[in-house]
Ligand binder design. Structure first.
Ligand code: SF4
Length: 330
């Protein structure tokens, strides 16, 4: 693919970004550490969901040293509700590496931090270290496939590598603005769900998909696999003002996090049923179809951990899948 088209698109994109950039908390007082926190929080999570949590997290852990000194429970509690908790654990591990060795100064060094893939390393390098390293995510794949009207399958690694090489060849000195402008165009104008608003796009006179009136034919993707449905029973067991919690297995979905007693398939009976409700939670590859049961029990049953409502709110990180049942915890 010829570089000239993208080279000519850089200037209009940067000019557009100057006037359209959103005022987001992670764009203030940026350091490599805060850029890493923001990028990990933003993975697969909406900007609106991250805004406030980012501020709270940085207030608690303003530096890598402060985060490195925290306990895992404290870190997970501040991550509560953001999902994909392995990101929090990896960030915690990365902070320990940074506290000991300083923040890496090369792409390879950033890429070697726990939980950092090509995309995050590229974003942190471009945004906070001034290095011309591309960060190719779903937004960038979409806008470039449309700019070029390129029918390559964007789910294939070769397509990502092709776009990364193209971006590397045209990277301007404003590495941070360029990286963020690409993401911003994908978030605000050439959007993932719904029609792009091409009349507001700085690339409207260059974009081959738009010029051909075929915006929505791109990007080309593999067919999605259907999600696996898991039917489960979730027990909110209460006993004298305390509630039962258990830890999930150390591996797999929501590994090692706290939950209400959770049974896939057949579930035991526990005691007097006070209320029942159904709820659904959708993960990337799995859907939980849950029946929640609020039950009064006569004594604290082993092996559960019994906690008060206040302890649950303040100390235990409960994944958002269980939020529909929190109304029973008073
Ligand atoms: S012109 Fe339209 S399709 Fe092309 S990049 Fe802009 S918003 Fe996307």
């Amino acid at each position: 693919m010829e570089e000239e088209l993208l080279r000519g698109a850089v200037g209009p994109l940067l000019a557009w970004f100057c006037t359209h950039r959103r005022d987001l908390p992670w764009r203030h007082d940026r350091t490599p550490y805060t850029a890493l926190v923001a990028e990990l929080m933003l993975q697969q999570t909406r900007v609106e969901a991250v805004r406030e949590r980012y501020v709270q997290f940085l207030r608690a852990f303003p530096t890598a040293e402060a985060l490195a000194a925290a306990s895992e429970e404290e870190v997970l509690k501040l991550w509560e509700g953001l999902g994909y908790y392995s990101r929090a654990r990896n960030l915690h591990r990365a902070a320990k590496v940074i506290a000991q060795n300083g923040f890496p100064s090369t792409f390879e060094g950033v890429r070697a931090l726990p939980g950092v893939g090509d995309y995050t390393a590229g974003a942190v390098c471009s945004i906070a270290l001034g290095l011309p390293e591309p960060a190719v995510d779903g937004n960038v794949l979409r806008i470039l496939s449309r700019l070029y009207a390129d029918a390559s399958n964007v789910d294939e690694g070769a397509t990502k590598a092709k776009y990364a090489a193209l971006l590397r060849a045209v990277y301007p000195p404003e590495t941070s603005d360029f990286c963020e402008a690409l993401m911003e165009l994908g978030a605000l104008v050439c959007v993932p769900n719904g029609a792009p608003t091409c009349e507001e796009c700085p690339w409207r006179t260059l974009c081959r998909a738009h010029l051909a009136g075929r915006e929505e034919a791109f990007p080309v993707r593999s067919e999605k696999r259907a999600r696996r449905i898991v039917n489960a029973t979730v027990y909110v067991l209460q006993c004298g003002g305390k509630y039962a919690l258990e830890k999930r297995p150390a591996r797999g979905l929501l590994a090692g996090l706290w939950q209400f007693p959770f049974f896939e398939g057949d579930a035991p009976g526990f005691g007097q049923l006070l209320a029942e409700k159904r709820a659904k939670h959708v993960f990337t590859h799995v859907e939980w179809h849950m029946t929640g049961k609020r039950v009064d029990v006569a004594e604290e049953i082993a092996p559960y951990t019994w906690v008060t409502a206040q302890q649950l709110r303040e100390k235990y990180a409960l994944p958002s899948a269980f939020r529909p049942f929190l109304e029973w915890v008073k």
